[in-house]
Design a protein around this ligand. Structure first.
Ligand SMILES: *[C@@H]1O[C@H](CO)[C@@H](O)[C@H](O)[C@H]1NC(C)=O
Ligand SMILES: *[C@@H]1O[C@H](CO)[C@@H](O)[C@H](O)[C@H]1NC(C)=O
Ligand SMILES: *[C@@H]1O[C@H](CO)[C@@H](O)[C@H](O)[C@H]1NC(C)=O
Ligand SMILES: *[C@@H]1O[C@H](CO)[C@@H](O)[C@H](O)[C@H]1NC(C)=O
Ligand SMILES: *[C@@H]1O[C@H](CO)[C@@H](O)[C@H](O)[C@H]1NC(C)=O
Ligand SMILES: *[C@@H]1O[C@H](CO)[C@@H](O)[C@H](O)[C@H]1NC(C)=O
Ligand SMILES: CC(=O)N[C@H]1CO[C@H](CO)[C@@H](O)[C@@H]1O
Length: 819
């Protein structure tokens, strides 16, 4: 083992040496050796280049072998043949950072990414090319896909980043989860997959290509599994190893929704079971989710935070215990690499969903005891010993005798994160604001845009997705004696606008958006029209374009109609169809065009009578960067919906006014049983996202910083404040004969809040003493060993804490310490 690792390190530093990556039916092989590979997804545009080294280093320390990323076509080619690889989009720099840490890379070029990314990663100009159909044998599509894929491969080759050239990339991916949606594409879909395979084979990258969720992946493409569990997955070829390219560590968030959590025990269970059943490559989706800055969130309605409940949180802090519990699992799996990849496999079925899997080589054996029963613990007798495997867990015994790891027994600390106020000097308790109105008069009073058509267009077609905003405007004339006038009338719009604001003759008559996961709704409001000319101005706002499903590129966005005015005259309903009226269009808003968000913007702002709850309003404030290195967030509670910038950097859309419903958070979170979307929800009755990440590199450490908000719906800026996020307290609750590491993540431990050795109960933040407890002063022992230090390692034993009589039951140490 040691010599193999040493050899690999050597290969990394001397980058002129090629690494031979191949596979057999058992595993990916690197220079002829079968490997157990643990990989984690980190998408480079969802953090900043300044954050990358720390994130990747934490991945390595967490026991990962590889970092995986998609490539985001629409970010790199926002306009056809005009490319952007700067800043967060510097793919090569990201791959070199992976290389510098000595990790492998998995490059999922796609170029379809899905990934809750705007339009799944496809540029909207591509959709707007004549006759375009995505992801099938459409020549225009294939030409563009080949052009982009080839360009990426060429860039990566030029920097010698494929393992075959001595670089870190051991695997590449083409297409993405196509098998899940391919039915509706019929025969063309099948032909398209063959074309994809041939196309990438011709690019000659020297490492294997994977196609995830693609049962018909042609050889030599490796088909792999994505999902919450992949233990039952069988590759489509005996020569393809069992690989899991997306193991969902959590789930994403949607505006108006609830915060999903996937328990640490269940993620560990799914991975251990996958390896128990012969898996050898696992990638966590996500390992660090990060942030959907700017307009990159997919959708519709996906939030700016892409935290994903991943092992590293949105800001790059360790999400404990998930990070540490998985690190221990990785260490155990790596220690068994040889038996797992070369051993003969035999299984014993104990019934009731309990089983043992034995990997046997000449040198020794390794065992997994799995219990898939969600209610009862399994008592297993094996080679003269007896073991208890808790419900919904896997025990790993690297020597088939001693339990080294159980997925349900967490011996890693739980970290409770807190937000701290900005303690920078001269920071007033509330920000001082200036403001300006967004000038909408031309549109809402005059109905004047840039182009006219006698048709309602899909928003993508008009805007090319250069903006979230599109005005649809028309005029309606009523003669004095028109039967409509004087009747109660309403404006009725069938809308697929993610958010719609409607104005009649300059008056805002309402706004609306879809709810409960639907895409469309009917907007209907009573309106008073006047005789003569009336202006109807509709502002349609996208909140992330759809990113998933067969033919998702044609899912409508904007106002596709029909639009009616209805009036009632006695029993008679009169309907006026406006759908084929002359519609005037205007993409974007003035404030965006004039770049009011730029620090150097010369526009006039007023400090007088800063308004509350005024729609279409720009706000600006200056602030000092919080001291230290802790990640910075801005609390936008009190605002409606809009966009925020810090020093001209777009930190994403915000929408704290969209409150989730009250129900669904009551059930106690039980890790036992398969994960599903309604499990372990939090934040019912609250906004899904209140805090927005401001990466340190967006801030001036010295001097002033500028926050600009564009508020669409109307909000109250009184509570807006900058804060830092860090570990506030740390808890552990472990059985005796374990060693527990406690750490405040590079900060000194300041006090012990609770400690008891015996049978304490409760959860982090609310531990209570039980009926038995050591009479030794546990708090004093821990104070001595931990307080003032950045970390301490506690041997949880009767030797240290005494031996209270807990009626024969195993003793536990519960501790909560303050950072
Ligand atoms: C596909 O691409 C070709 C360009 O070669 C185009 O002319 C054709 O209309 C496209 N659409 C369909 C549905 O085939
Ligand atoms: C992509 O297409 C452009 C023409 O639009 C061409 O100049 C370029 O060489 C193509 N790139 C690749 C890698 O095929
Ligand atoms: C593994 O199986 C092969 C083929 O059955 C056998 O020859 C070999 O001895 C086995 N190895 C061990 C360690 O049991
Ligand atoms: C408009 O929406 C209503 C309500 O959902 C629906 O019944 C009606 O069929 C829609 N009309 C069209 C033309 O889509
Ligand atoms: C704005 O919010 C603050 C803090 O919650 C509150 O005290 C104040 O009354 C609000 N202002 C208005 C006009 O509602
Ligand atoms: C207290 O702990 C010490 C070890 O530090 C041990 O020797 C002693 O027996 C313990 N006392 C009690 C009452 O448990
Ligand atoms: C392969 C797999 O498990 N796919 C699942 C991914 O998650 C979605 C949503 O939970 C399921 O519908 C899929 O079946």
């Amino acid at each position: 083992m040691v010599s193999l690792r040493f050899l690999l390190c050597f290969l990394f530093v001397s980058s002129t040496y090629a690494t031979i990556v191949s596979h057999d039916g058992r595993a990916i092989t690197i220079d002829g050796h079968r490997r157990v590979l643990l990989s984690g997804s980190i998408h480079y545009p969802r953090s900043t280049p300044e954050m990358w080294p720390d994130l990747i280093k934490k991945g390595k320390e967490g026991g990962l072998d590889a970092i995986e990323t998609y490539v985001f076509w629409n970010a790199h080619e926002p306009t056809r043949r005009q490319y952007d690889f700067s800043g967060k989009l510097d793919l090569i720099r990201f791959l070199k950072t992976i290389q510098d840490e000595g990790l492998y890379g998995v490059l999922r070029i796609g170029p379809y990414a899905c990934a809750e990314w705007n339009y799944g990663g496809f540029p909207v100009w591509l959709h707007n090319m004549p006759g375009m159909v995505f992801r099938t044998t459409n020549k225009s599509f294939m030409d563009e896909m080949q052009n982009f894929t080839t360009m990426i491969v060429d860039m990566v080759k030029k920097e010698k980043l494929f393992a075959s050239q001595g670089g870190p990339i051991i695997l590449a991916q083409i297409e993405n989860e196509y098998g899940n949606v391919m039915g509706p594409y019929g025969e063309s879909g099948k032909a398209y997959i063959k074309w994809c395979a041939n196309m990438v084979q011709s690019l000659d990258v020297g490492v294997p290509w994977i196609m995830c969720q693609q049962n018909d992946a042609p050889q030599p493409m490796l088909n792999t599994c994505n999902g919450f569990y992949c233990d039952n997955f069988v590759p489509n070829n005996p020569n393809t190893p069992k690989m899991w390219t997306e193991n969902w560590t959590g789930w994403f968030k949607q505006w108006g929704g609830k915060n999903p959590h996937r328990t640490t025990e269940d993620v560990a269970f799914s991975v251990a079971r996958f390896f128990q059943r012969g898996g050898t490559f696992n990638n966590y989706y996500m390992y660090h989710g990060g942030t959907n800055f700017d307009r990159t969130a997919g959708g519709p309605y996906i939030t700016t935070s892409y935290d994903y409940d991943a092992p590293l949180d949105e800001y790059g802090n360790l999400n404990q215990p998930k990070y540490g519990h998985l690190k221990q699992l990785h260490d155990v799996l790596h220690s068994m690499e040889r038996t797992l990849t070369y051993g003969n496999i035999s299984t014993i079925d104990f019934g009731n969903s309990a089983s043992a899997t034995i990997y046997k080589t000449e040198e020794g054996s390794s065992c997994f005891f799995g219990n898939g029963n969600e209610n009862s613990d399994a008592k297993i007798s094996f080679q003269g010993e007896s073991y208890v495997v808790p419900a919904w867990s896997v025990t790993i015994l690297p020597d088939c005798k001693n339990e080294a790891y159980n997925t349900a027994k967490i011996t890693t600390q739980t970290s409770m994160m807190v937000k701290k106020p900005n303690e920078a000097e001269d920071t007033p308790s509330t920000l001082k604001w200036s403001w300006r109105p967004e000038n909408v008069d031309n549109f809402i009073l005059k109905g004047k845009g840039e182009s006219t058509q006698t048709q309602l267009f899909d928003q993508k077609v008009v805007t090319n997705d250069q903006s979230d905003y599109l005005w649809y405007m028309t005029t309606v004339k009523f003669k004095k004696r028109d039967p409509f006038l004087g009747k109660s009338m309403s404006l009725r719009i069938n809308s697929t606008a993610h958010v719609l604001h409607a104005f009649v003759n300059g008056k805002h008559i309402g706004n609306q958006h879809a709810e409960d996961g639907k895409f469309n709704y009917v907007f209907e409001k009573d309106v008073k029209f006047k005789s003569g000319r009336n202006v109807i101005a509709l502002l349609s706002i996208t909140v992330g374009l759809a990113n998933y499903g067969a033919f998702f590129e044609s899912k409508p966005a904007g106002i596709t109609g029909p639009i009616f005015i209805t009036g009632r005259n006695g029993d008679e309903t009169i309907v006026k169809d406006l759908s084929t009226h002359k519609w005037s269009y205007k993409t974007g808003l003035n404030g965006f065009e004039n770049q009011l968000f730029r620090t150097e913007s010369m526009s006039k702002w007023s400090v007088e009578s800063v308004p509350f709850y005024r729609s279409m309003t720009w706000y600006k404030a200056t602030f000092k960067a919080p001291l230290g290195n802790d990640p910075v967030v801005v609390d936008l509670m009190g605002l409606g919906k809009g966009t925020a910038w810090v020093n001209g950097n777009n930190i994403g859309r915000y929408w704290p006014a969209f409150i989730s419903s009250e129900n669904g958070c009551d059930a106690k979170c039980n890790y036992r049983g398969a994960y599903h979307a309604e499990k372990c929800l939090t934040n019912c009755g609250e906004p899904i996202q209140r805090w927005y990440h401001v990466p340190r590199s967006f801030l001036n450490a010295e001097g002033d910083n500028t926050l600009v908000l564009f508020e669409e719906m109307g909000g109250n800026t009184s509570l807006v404040s900058f804060q830092t996020t860090r570990v506030g307290s740390v808890c552990a609750n472990v059985y005796e004969n374990k060693i527990i590491e406690l750490s405040c993540d590079r900060k000194p431990i300041s006090a012990i809040k609770f400690a008891s050795f015996g049978n304490p109960y409760g959860n982090c933040g609310s531990f209570e003493k039980g009926t038995c407890e050591s009479s030794n002063n546990t708090v004093d022992i821990l104070t001595q060993e931990c307080v003032g230090k950045e970390k301490c390692s506690i041997d949880v034993s009767t030797k240290k804490f005494g031996a209270p009589d807990c009626s024969g039951a195993a003793r536990k140490l519960a501790v909560e310490l303050i950072c």
